[in-house]
Design a protein around this ligand. Structure first.
Ligand SMILES: [Mn+2]
Length: 466
């Protein structure tokens, strides 16, 4: 049930002076993709003039389409140029590839689409339609700025197209050196195919995490004096990302997972100073599983999901973890979110007649410390098997984290899931290894000092309003 396409030896390096649609890179290795232009010929073959800068190359520069409509070739070209830049340019030269004006247009266009989506996006497939019978949904877990592995994954699964949907479970940025490129290329796909590509929010799509785990520093390094502007725009876009999805009425996906019931609808006032003190949490004794209706009403447009007050559902959905012990309890290891047991998985699946929960959020480092739960060596684990269905953790960053303090690496595989008709509830797991060699890069955070997994949050540092 697990296939392992090997990315090793496949070269994605494609200098921008050659065709960006080089077949070795852009032909999906599996499946069919009717809209993939295997013979596309967007050429930018003009010879390179003498250039004063040893790095900038006029062919590498991306421009916004004059009519504002992204095309498949535009997205493929963007991916090719990001890949080339990651191998050939110092980070500070990145704006010669993605000028800040083009960044602005892409983020603005994507943000408008994302902010309009509901907290819980419904990925509905018209399987009664003749064409719908060939539909697939690819589900992807944490990718953490590992650009080359994301490019491999997209090529391996097949690019998004009319009958190939994608649901990404969040954690696009931080830790890896190419979080900006990764997030931008996913936004490009979102803009190009808004009804086929769904980007959910991860706990790292927040101000707190990106200030500790590298993304803020990455953006400032790449964009220099425009870095603060670029970072702020990214944060604004993070706030628009939806929280969860339901695929074909049968599969629930979210970055962390399940969430508590909140009796009162949170109001804007609940984030005021008076609520900042951590209390002894009188709600603990009355924790109960939240409903999809409550999830739909939560206020997701926050830079950091609060861990106290009334707007707790976003923090739960983004930060919670499954446990082998029954019941709901505060996630004391993380300092935010919940732990939920197999009984909660069963209750949630049964209540909504679902068959599967696919969540992400735990890599090999986190799983090393979780007693009773399987390791992340293959990129996925089946955590709960209950009467109504299963709970799966999916992690899509192989050989993670990119920068690691210890000599011994986890050497974990990443995985993606394919859901197929008629019911979309019997997942196929596809494990894959990291693209090697990974281009050299410097870390954007002090990986020796920050703990490997996201536990023991410095909660006081999260009290930051725009
Ligand atoms: Mn996470």
């Amino acid at each position: 049930m697990s296939s392992s396409p090997s990315p090793n030896g496949a070269s994605f390096s494609s200098p921008p002076s050659s065709s960006p649609n080089d077949e070795s890179f852009f032909t999906p290795s599996t499946g069919t993709n009717p809209t993939t232009p295997t013979t596309a010929t967007t050429t930018i073959n003009t010879p390179v003039d003498e250039d004063p800068s040893p790095f900038s190359s006029p062919e590498a520069q991306i421009s916004w389409p004059p009519d504002g409509n992204l095309t498949l070739n535009w997205v493929l070209d963007l991916m090719s140029k990001f890949d080339w830049a990651s191998r050939n340019l110092p980070p500070a030269e990145f704006p010669t590839v993605l000028p800040v004006q083009v960044f602005d247009r892409l983020v603005l266009t994507a943000s408008k689409i994302l902010h309009k989506e509901p907290n819980l996006v419904r990925v509905d497939l018209d399987v009664d339609d003749e064409r719908g019978k060939d539909c697939r949904v690819v589900v992807v877990g944490d990718v953490h700025g590992q650009l080359h592995d994301v490019l491999f994954l997209l090529r391996s699964a097949g690019f998004p197209c009319e009958n190939r949907f994608f649901v990404f479970n969040g954690d696009y940025v931080d830790r890896g050196a190419w979080g900006l490129e990764t997030f931008m290329l996913l936004l490009a796909w979102k803009v190009f195919m808004p009804k086929r590509v769904f980007l959910l929010r991860g706990n790292h799509e927040s101000k707190y995490c990106t200030s500790v785990y590298g993304f803020e520093q990455e953006v400032v390094t790449k964009y220099g004096d425009r870095g603060k502007h670029v970072y702020r725009k990214c944060l604004g876009c993070f706030e628009g990302l939806p929280l969860a999805s339901i695929i074909a009425g049968r599969v629930y996906t979210a970055h962390g997972g399940l969430f508590r019931s909140i009796p009162v609808t949170p109001s804007k006032r609940s984030k005021g100073k008076k609520n900042r003190r951590i209390n002894s949490n009188p709600e603990v004794s009355t924790l109960s599983l939240g409903s999809l209706e409550e999830l739909s009403k939560a206020r997701r447009s926050v830079l950091d999901p609060p861990w106290e007050g009334l707007n707790l559902i976003p923090g739960d959905v983004l930060w919670s973890d499954p446990s082998m012990s029954p019941g709901l309890s505060p996630n004391t290891e993380r300092g935010i979110g919940l732990l939920w047991g197999p009984d909660c998985t069963e209750e949630f699946l049964k209540r909504y007649q679902l068959k599967l929960i696919i969540r992400s959020h735990e890599g090999p480092d986190a799983r090393e410390k979780r007693i009773g739960l399987a390791g992340m060596d293959e990129g996925y684990t089946v955590d709960h098997i209950v009467e109504s269905g299963r709970l799966i953790t999916l992690f899509s960053a192989p050989d993670y984290p990119q920068f690691q303090a210890t000599a011994e690496r986890y050497k974990n595989k990443g995985a993606y899931i394919i859901l197929e008709p008629p019911n979309f509830d019997n997942p196929t797991f596809n494990s894959f290894e990291a693209v090697t060699p990974r281009p050299k890069a410097n870390p954007y955070y002090d990986f020796q000092d920050v703990i490997d997994s996201d536990e023991e949050l410095d909660l006081t540092a999260m009290v930051s309003e725009p």
